[in-house]
Design a protein around this ligand. Structure first.
Ligand code: IPM
Ligand code: MG
Length: 353
């Protein structure tokens, strides 16, 4: 298969972890005889430094023309500590999601048996956890009107959803649940928010269509508690943008390290595959960041963007072996040896070959 991948490495540890994913993708391509063409494009803080725009039109063009986007991370402390900055790296990520129409963000919670003891949660609570968070990605408070009054002592962020926006993501979640254990948890705050009441109305309509799926409704505060108290009670979770952002970070605690968690963003145009972690500026350039979240995002790319399940499975298997054999970075290494980011990437690629 001929495959065109846009590579948006971004800021911080983005370039380092992306390099390892590319080694792995190349190794898989060699084995299965795929021909991969990479086009690198700028985004995030360094795109602001270079051209004043965190998601330049040229980058968007490259994404639109590609079969998939591999994305690293964006963000820089100089913007985090400056609330008055007019242009921010995160705006690049949000514009990319919006312009590519990526309304669904799929974040699986993976539990690796060899890492159970790394989780701050008790082994017996998490060993059977296996759920997927489906987060709405192009609506809600992230994209509503925001502003300040004239005296700048009042601010607002409006949360809005339309029925079609809710319907397409809840449908996608039901279809996803049909392929799994057939349980869908709809997370909202319908006891307080009007947008949540719209979500629940739409979900209740669809519940009558997807009768083979058991539907459960949970308020987000209760869901936050249940996710770490009894994670195996969840199969597929669907929720709006902001709740999904928070819940998916919380869920990453179950697997022991945020550095391990992949995601796929899908919708109208080219799909984007990125780890859920951020740019981790403290580790940038030190060759210590965990590349597995990005490598597993590349596995999701093979499966979701190209329908190549065997290739995806191979990557997941070598990642599992690396965890079992302790070929891992310092965030999850045992007291013995920690490997560098590039050593882990080299090992995974060699293992595949
Ligand atoms: C994520 C991140 C982003 C988000 C930030 C970097 C804008 O936290 O992908 O979860 O809030 O969506
Ligand atoms: Mg987040």
């Amino acid at each position: 298969m001929d495959i065109n991948i846009a590579v948006l490495a971004g800021d911080g540890i983005g370039p380092e972890v992306i390099d390892q994913a590319i080694k792995v993708v190349d190794a898989v391509a060699g084995k299965f005889d795929h021909h991969i063409n990479y086009t690198h494009a700028i985004t995030g803080a360094h795109a602001i430094d270079e051209v004043g725009d965190p998601y330049p039109a040229e980058t968007h063009d490259i994404c639109m023309k590609s079969d998939a986007v591999l994305f690293g991370a964006i963000g820089h402390p100089k913007f985090d500590n400056d609330p008055s900055a007019k242009v921010r790296p995160e705006q690049g990520l949000l514009r990319m999601r919006k312009q590519l129409g990526l309304y669904a963000n799929i974040r699986p919670t993976l539990v690796f048996p060899s890492l159970l003891h790394k989780s701050p949660l008790r082994k017996e609570l998490i060993e059977h956890a296996d759920f997927v968070c489906i987060r709405e990605l192009t609506g809600g408070i992230y994209f509503g009107d925001k502003g300040r009054n004239e005296t700048r002592d009042k601010a607002w962020d409006v949360c809005e959803y339309t029925k079609p926006e809710v319907k397409r993501i809840v449908k996608l979640a039901y279809e996803y649940a049909q392929k799994r254990r057939k349980k869908l948890t709809v997370i909202d705050k319908a006891n307080v928010l009007e947008t949540s009441r719209l979500w629940r109305e739409v979900a209740q309509e669809l519940e009558k269509v997807y009768t083979d799926v058991e539907t459960e409704y949970l308020f987000v505060d209760a869901a936050a508690m249940r996710i770490i108290q009894w994670p195996e009670g969840f199969d597929v979770v669907v929720t709006e943008n902001m709740f999904g952002d928070i819940i998916s970070d919380e869920a990453s605690v179950i697997s022991g390290s945020m550095g391990l968690m992949p995601s796929a963003s899908i919708g109208e145009h080219t799909s984007v595959f990125e780890p859920i972690h951020g740019s981790y500026p403290q580790a940038a350039g030190k060759n210590i960041a965990n590349p597995l979240g990005t490598v597993l995002s590349a596995a999701m790319m093979f499966e979701y963007a190209f329908g190549l399940k065997e290739e995806a499975k191979l990557i997941e298997d070598v990642v599992n072996t690396s965890l079992v054999e302790g070929i891992v970075t310092e965030d999850i290494a045992e007291s013995g040896k920690a490997y560098s980011t590039s050593e882990v990437g080299d090992w995974l690629a060699a293992q595949i070959k």
